[in-house]
Design a protein around this ligand. Sequence first.
Ligand SMILES: [Zn+2]
Length: 292
Amino acid sequence: MKKQAATGLGILAFLFLLAGTVTAQQDLPARWDELTASDWPKALEKSAHTCILPIGILEKHGPHAPMGSDLIQVREWAARVTKKEYAVVFPDYFYGQINEARHQPGAFALPERVVWDLLEATCDEIARNGFTKIVIINGHGGNPEFLRYFIQTRLEKRRDYAVYFFQPAADSAFSASVARLHQSDPNGDSHAGERETSVLLYLRPELVKMDSAANESGANQKRWSIPDIYTAIWWYASYPNHYAGEGAKATRQLGQLITEHIIASLAKALKAVKADTKTLELQKEFFDKVER
Ligand SMILES: [Zn+2]
């Protein structure tokens, strides 16, 4: 009896401890806008001075998926990954390059210099608040060129913070699992197509209108082609409906597979960035030479 009582007490103590840990974790939100001033130093320390900047966009996603599809995805990745690997998450950011959707409803396309200055000022402000590492996670296919150029120009003048861009590499085991579930032509499956719609079906099914997914064509219209040439109108020429692929073939199962894979890759990348000291060290060495 005595032994049983002791075991019971042990279990109770363990449960209290566990509850304490869970409460402590919930006490420190990841989102910048949910943190208090008194918790700010704790958040800086726990994140190793790392802030995630999730960048989405507002644009038409075929006839069936929400305008903020890209924002919804990056917001969810950030929310889920920081439960495994803590970092502070900057609130909703949906200002990027989206000129190619301006002929469609819902596109929020700011002037180019506003987009640039806003991102620069945002990074500077994040850094002024104590962060030395900013990890951009991007959900919008029209942004990477702009983001890479923005990051390259961080070497233009000395900065005491580094910007990292999360770009998950293709992995053959994952591609094979995707291929097993995938039903439409993988080559034409892009913006609001089977893959992206599947992810939305997994994250926010109530926002996807599957019965209208086949109301417009997401096929490549092939109205423009000059070999070895890139030009701005290529996307409009190919996909004037701002829809590429077949959203109607989407499944929640495929969306779950893709999302979990991205979150696992992001957790690994975030852990490495938090432990990284080399980037800032080399950046300092570089500027010391530039300014010599
Ligand atoms: Zn999208």
